[in-house]
Design a protein around this ligand. Structure first.
Ligand code: COA
Length: 171
């Protein structure tokens, strides 16, 4: 697959509106694959608030990737076309692996996929989590999402848990 030089950098405050837009695309795509994850009509407004809370959140790492094909006049920002977010969680001391580096969410805009951007984002996040002294890395992926599972498998992740679900009411 073609590879482009990817510029991955930490999230900046000025990225928040675009990050909310990318995150809406991510969730809408997931909802198309899995109707049980359908979005509410006011999801857009809520997502703007939600990503704003990522900014400066203790323990969270959010990285973005700039458009490798982006041509902008000097002095203007290159648009971002993908993001990844993760955090360190500490599990109770009954487990040997307590410091867990969670890969929470990753997204690359549809027309910029298959260029290695997802893999590069994940590699940068893994480096940042490892630098924080994690024992193990974990990620949650929707079962109907081949890209997510494929990306994680290509980076050495293997299935650990099955998360099962059923409707609450049966009558
Ligand atoms: C998953 C996603 C981030 C991958 O981004 P990308 O930039 O296209 O990924 P890359 O080009 O870096 O691909 C890296 C590896 O992931 C795997 N992969 C990527 N897309 C895949 C797909 N649709 N099916 C199976 N494997 C896939 C491949 O092994 C690929 O390696 P290869 O190029 O050597 O074959 C992107 O498809 C996406 O945003 N999907 C929707 C949201 C999502 O699923 N997010 C993940 C939640 S953790």
């Amino acid at each position: 697959m073609p590879q482009s030089a990817a510029h991955v950098r930490p999230l900046r405050r000025g990225d928040l509106p675009r990050l909310a837009e990318l995150r809406l695309w991510y969730l809408a795509e997931t909802a198309r694959l899995e109707p049980r994850l359908k979005l509410m009509p006011d999801a857009r407004e809520r997502l703007t608030t939600a990503v704003t809370s990522w900014w400066g959140e203790e323990g969270r790492i959010t990285l973005v990737v700039e458009d490798p094909l982006g041509m902008v006049p000097a002095g203007e920002e290159v648009p971002i076309v993908g993001y990844i977010t993760g955090r360190v969680s500490v599990w109770p001391p009954v487990w040997k692996a307590q410091r867990v580096g969670e890969v929470v969410e990753a997204f690359v805009a549809g027309d910029r996929r298959d260029r290695g951007l997802g893999r590069t984002l994940l590699a940068h996040l893994v480096d940042a989590l490892v630098a924080r002294g994690i024992d193990v890395l974990r990620a949650k992926a929707p079962v109907k999402n081949d890209g997510s599972v494929g990306l994680l498998a290509a980076s050495g992740f293997e299935p650990l848990f099955h998360q099962l679900e059923r409707p609450g009411a049966t009558h």
